[in-house]
Design a protein around this ligand. Structure first.
Ligand code: SOE
Length: 379
């Protein structure tokens, strides 16, 4: 077993999901030749980072990411910091010859993303971005069906990502837990945080997007900044919807918001082809709903496939329990770690690479600029 020494930077929500992935992958994917070792975790607050290290069993801590990157005993840097530090850390890590696993979105904008791609490609280091929903078994199975041509010519792609956690006017912006509301740290609002997931999946399942027409809204115009206590203009998008053309001739409709009362993290997608349609919902993540026009007339209708079988080719599920039993959100990260380790073993890239994630960034940029200028924009 070859050790892969991980240096994690940032230890919030995503630090936990990734760490859980590192801890579980080899238990359930025994064929892997590499084993992640939780070598070090880095954060600015020594006491808090030590608490995290103790809870999740990291061997050591750092309070300066530059010191972590310099360490000879670190093979891979995992970036779980707010979006405005991804580029600086990734470029320095690539120059130090480290592999990089970067939390989504890749960067604040395509210009930063391009520099990150150039750095990892020049250094020849393995890289991936944590667009985890690709690794929900039902979503991976949708990819298989589309690639096999089961849907026929695709006409429509629809996706939503709905939340409701920012409706209150009293919610401050900025600061440790609320950086997603601060444009300086996040780059954008729901576009980079939520639509980026929908766009990543769409590019993977349905190919490139050529042009977009978008609208955004900021419903609450001012919030107190958590760090300064001052009231400031809110400059992120609270909601964003866009329509687009795909390169394959199909039409896309996307919506995301943090103002859909009752929805906490509802990601849904539907794809309509000439021969069949599929539909998926994160709240029922094992189900792939499937309609085939080839079914015999009397029995034709939407099938609700519980993707938990071990026979046939239902992805990932044979690694877990007995047929019919579920896995959940956290397993998508275990799958991503397993796929990353497998790609190292095989000497292949692990999707989505930085270059793949740059395409998502370019669509996000076109969406934001279309909304600003109230005009169609090419990607
Ligand atoms: C919060 O909006 C959030 O945690 C996103 O940052 C994640 O990427 C998404 O998967 C769930 O919602």
């Amino acid at each position: 077993m070859k050790p892969l020494n991980i240096g994690l930077i940032g230890y919030g929500f995503m630090g936990r999901t990734h760490t859980n992935g590192y801890k579980r992958a080899n238990d359930f994917f025994p064929e892997l030749e590499y084993r992640p070792v939780l070598k070090a975790v880095c954060g600015r607050n020594a006491q808090k980072v030590q608490e995290f290290a103790d809870q999740w069993q990291y061997e050591s801590i750092e309070t300066d990411w530059k010191a972590l990157i310099k360490r000879d005993d670190i093979d891979a840097i995992d970036i779980c910091t707010p979006n405005n530090s991804h580029a600086e850390i990734a470029i320095a890590a690539a120059e130090a010859g480290k592999m990089i696993l970067c939390e989504k979105p890749l960067a604040l904008n395509p210009e930063e993303g391009e520099r990150m791609c150039a750095a990892v490609e020049k250094a020849g280091v393995a890289n991936t971005v944590w667009y985890n929903y690709r690794r929900v078994p039902a979503v991976t199975m949708a990819k298989q069906l589309i690639d096999e041509g089961v849907l026929g010519k695709i006409y429509h792609y629809r996706a939503n990502f709905l939340q409701d956690w920012t409706i209150s006017e009293d919610l401050p912006q900025g600061g440790a837990a609320l950086w997603r509301l601060d444009a300086a740290a996040a780059g954008s609002g729901v576009t980079g945080d939520l639509l980026a997931h929908c766009i990543d999946t769409a590019l993977w399942l349905n190919g490139s997007i050529t042009d977009v027409s978008a609208m955004t809204e900021t419903f609450i115009k001012e919030r107190v900044h958590q760090d300064t206590g001052e009231k400031q203009a809110v400059t992120i998008d609270d909601a964003c919807s866009f329509m687009c053309h795909f390169d394959n001739g199909s039409l896309g409709l996307f919506e995301s918001t943090r103002y859909a009362r009752g929805h906490k993290a509802l990601y849904t997608l539907e794809i309509n082809g000439a021969d069949a349609s599929i539909r998926w919902d994160l709240h029922d993540l094992h189900r792939l709903e499937f309609f085939s026009n080839a079914d015999e007339g009397r029995l034709r209708g939407w099938r609700s496939i519980h993707v938990s079988d071990h026979s046939g080719d239902q992805p990932y599920m044979d690694k877990w329990w007995v047929p019919g039993l579920q896995i959940g959100y956290e397993h998508t990260f275990v799958h991503q770690v397993a796929d990353f380790l497998k790609s190292l073993q095989e000497g292949k890239p692990c999707n989505p690479t930085f270059r793949d994630a740059l395409e998502t960034q370019e669509v996000c940029e076109a969406v934001l600029s279309s909304a600003k200028e109230r005009a169609w924009k090419n990607v």
